[in-house]
Design a protein around this ligand. Sequence first.
Ligand SMILES: [Zn+2]
Length: 123
Amino acid sequence: MSKKRQPIFTIASILLTLVAVVIFLLGTMVEPFNAYWIPMFAGGLVLLISAWGVYYFGERSAKPTQEEEKEKVITVIGCKNCDVREERAFAEGDYVRKEIGPCKKCSGTSVIKAIYAVSLKKE
Ligand SMILES: [Zn+2]
C-alpha cells in the first residue's frame, strides 16, 4: 500500500506560517516597523489564513485518491510457453494480450492474460 502524501502543501503552509511569524516579530519588536504594525499584522494574518487554507485544501485534494483505492485493479501476466502466472498492480497502458517481455522462467514471451478489479471494502 502506498500512502500518497502531498508534502508540497505541508511545506508551503509551514513556510507561510514562518513568514507570518517573522512579520509579527518585525512589526512588534523592530523599531522602524513599529509605525506599520497594523498593516503588517493584517498581512501576517492573511498569510496565516492562507497557510491554513493551503494545508486544508491540500489535505482535501489528497483524499479522493485514497477513496479510489477501495478498488484495486490487478493485472495478470502469463507466459505463452510455460505456466508461469504473476499478478501485479495495474499500470497505465496495460491491456489484455499486451506483450510484457521475456518470461523469467523460460525466456518465452510474457503477455497480459487478464485485468480485473478487486473491491477492498470491508463489509
Ligand atoms: Zn515462460
